[in-house]
Design a protein around this ligand. Structure first.
Ligand SMILES: O=P(O)(O)O[C@H]1[C@H](O)[C@@H](O)[C@H](O)[C@@H](O)[C@@H]1O
Ligand SMILES: [Mg+2]
Ligand SMILES: [Mg+2]
Length: 302
């Protein structure tokens, strides 16, 4: 109990710490968890049936009706509760919606992160839902539905997997690190050469091993869980990494651009690691290249 001076003398009051204050976005986060779980059921059901494959930017950039159905399911259910909120959804952007992150509350959705895994029933697929205000991610939800792992983070309040707190690895020696990365879906020979050059440099640091789950969001949750020390990729999109970026930083991790600059979720490049030391070793090893930014693509619809 504290005492405060008023015009009529001293009065008593109780201090309210910020952790006791009601979280204005708790409802939205609860909704994200609930809808991610529902979406996970749809994805797991679809994994047991036929999965017709379509392509997007290239013959290896895959999409299925389940990606589209799950994105609509998430957007519709959020719109019912939060009608003024905005959306950036992978399949909506592919259909011509703009990819714009304004200061307004915005849900950033990847309905299936790991569609290639999904098509092949390789069991690492995730529903990724990030929520940003003033261009800052406020909460992130990644549901690895086959593993039944619900990763969550609220800015300033830590990161969790199925309710258990997450902590990145404390290993700072890159020679004893495990690094995750992906080959992406760009088959341009120059790009593939740069990817292999980076991989060669990293293997020869040396590191203990290089892995890839086939889902950017799951790779980043592996960093947050302390199973791998770092994940990097050039070619990802904002919907792949928005939710998981907060999960990594709330687990004590570091986010950086592959050239050592500040991370920019629209730039299509990321390093997510347990420490600055390991990040800086990777920056020296990665051959950086640029791709058109997510927010530079003009919308197909007016
Ligand atoms: O499966 P999607 O949602 O298309 O995301 C994948 C991304 O497009 C690729 O660049 C990455 O290599 C995969 O790890 C993604 O998660
Ligand atoms: Mg994705
Ligand atoms: Mg996807």
């Amino acid at each position: 109990m504290c005492r405060r001076r008023t015009t009529k003398g001293w009065s008593s009051f109780t201090t309210v710490s910020s952790s006791n204050m009601a979280d204005p976005w708790q409802n939205a986060m609860d909704h994200a968890v609930a809808v991610a779980r529902k979406a996970g059921e749809v994805v797991c059901d679809a994994l047991r049936g036929d999965r017709a494959v379509m392509t997007k930017s290239s013959v290896v950039d895959l999409v299925t009706q389940t990606d589209q159905k799950v994105e609509q399911l998430i957007i519709q259910s959020v719109k019912e509760k939060f009608p003024t909120h905005r959306f950036i959804g992978e399949e909506s952007v592919a259909a011509g919606e703009p990819c714009v992150l304004s200061d307004s509350p915005t849900w950033i959705i990847d309905p299936i992160d790991g569609t290639t895994n999904f098509v092949h029933a390789f069991p690492f697929v995730a529903i990724s839902i990030g929520f940003a205000i003033n261009k800052q991610v406020e909460f992130g939800v990644v549901f690895s539905c086959v593993e039944d792992k619900m990763f969550t983070a609220r800015r300033g309040k830590g990161a969790f997997c199925n309710g258990e707190p997450l902590q990145v690895s404390r290993q700072e020696a890159v020679e004893q690190a495990m690094v995750a990365t992906e080959f992406g879906s760009d088959r341009d020979a120059d790009v593939v050469d740069k990817i292999f050059q980076s991989l060669r440099n990293i293997l020869c640091l040396p590191v203990h091993g290089v892995r890839g789950a086939g889902s950017a969001a799951i790779n980043m949750c592996l960093v947050a869980s302390g199973c791998v020390e770092a994940y990097y990729e050039i070619g990802i999109h904002v919907w792949d990494v928005a939710a998981a970026s907060l999960i990594v930083s709330e687990a004590g991790g570091v986010l950086m651009d592959v050239d050592g600059g500040d991370v920019d979720l629209m730039s299509r490049r990321i390093i997510a690691a347990n420490s600055k030391t390991i990040t800086e070793r990777l920056v020296k090893a990665i051959v950086p290249f640029s791709l058109p930014r997510d927010d530079a693509t003009p919308p197909k619809k007016s």
